[in-house]
Design a protein around this ligand. Structure first.
Ligand SMILES: [Zn+2]
Length: 302
């Protein structure tokens, strides 16, 4: 590069630096002017507030609405303070602004209630407040109807001979979870419900003993208990077939698997019938009466 052209480039660079510095100065001045006019705008708002007889005077609210929604350079909080209001009071007074987003259900335009507003229903299409609350109502109604159905199933009893229940319970109790190396509350326990199954068997057996039922008497066991009892018994029945035979021998000549399979069929049949009754009583889209609402609510409180 020659001496002359080097000087030329340096000279041009100096010129551009001057331009840049000038532009920065102009920007700083403009910013200062903006801050000043912002300040005097707020002062005008204060004067206006002093002139009108109430903070909710339409003239004042009109100015606030314009400044808040159309002039994002005027911050919300100082604006509200200039008008003698808290931010939330000002927002309530000026009302919402259109958002350009339509409700996915009814097509009305959603309204922004503040500058930081985001469309509701983050996990689905945007909905207006009316449609959102309708959707929530429908969901909780579905849930309440389901809880009433569940109650019908839970109250249903599986009928079988006392000796059958006793055999299933004794079988489970003969293989306590400790011998399976499963600690209470361990992850295997929580997954398979090992201890729950054992405790359930004990509760059923205790009730059988307390009722002093004869072997051939028919006894009812709640669907969920019966299900758990039979499932647990089927799991342990073939671990040690000799021992299983020893346990059942004093009670019944029937082989364990035959007895449990028969019991399981009875449980399934009864549960299915109960579910059908529950759906017949509370079909899809069922409207709850006030009493049923209360009952469903009580159900949910355990
Ligand atoms: Zn809507």
């Amino acid at each position: 590069m020659s001496e002359e052209s080097l000087h030329e480039v340096l000279g041009e660079a100096e010129g551009v630096i001057r331009d840049f510095t000038g532009a920065e100065a102009a920007l700083a001045e403009a910013e200062q002017r903006r801050d000043r006019t912002r300040q005097s705008l707020l002062e005008q708002v204060e004067r206006l507030r002093d002139e009108v007889d109430a903070v909710h005077a339409p003239e004042l609210i009109g100015v606030l609405r314009h400044l808040y929604w159309q002039q994002p350079g005027i911050h919300g909080r100082p604006l509200a303070e200039a008008a003698g209001l808290h931010l939330h009071e000002m927002l309530a007074a000026i009302g919402p602004a259109p958002s350009g987003i339509m409700c996915a259900d009814c097509g009305t335009e959603l309204l922004r209630t503040s500058r930081s507003w985001k469309p509701p229903a983050r996990y689905g299409p945007p909905l207006c407040p009316d449609c959102l609350s309708r959707q929530r109502d429908a969901r909780s109604r579905t849930w309440r109807v389901a809880s009433l159905r569940g109650r019908i199933v839970a109250e249903t009893r599986v009928q079988a001979r006392a000796v059958d229940w006793r055999a299933a319970a004794e079988l489970v109790l003969a293989f306590p979870p400790l011998s399976q190396g499963v600690g209470r509350g361990s992850s295997t326990d929580q997954q398979d419900g090992v201890w729950r199954g054992w405790e359930n068997a004990r509760a059923v057996r205790d009730r059988l003993i307390a009722s002093a039922a004869a072997a051939d008497d028919t006894m009812g066991v709640a669907v969920y208990e019966a299900q758990l009892l039979v499932d647990t018994a089927l799991r342990v029945a073939d671990w040690d077939t000799a021992r299983t035979r020893d346990i059942l021998e004093p009670l019944t000549p029937e082989p364990a698997l035959a007895l449990l399979t028969r019991l399981r069929r009875e449980v399934r049949f009864t549960a299915q019938a109960a579910r059908e009754r529950a759906y017949a009583a509370y079909p899809e889209g069922y409207e709850l009466s006030e009493d049923e609402e209360t009952e469903a609510w009580r159900n949910s409180q355990g």
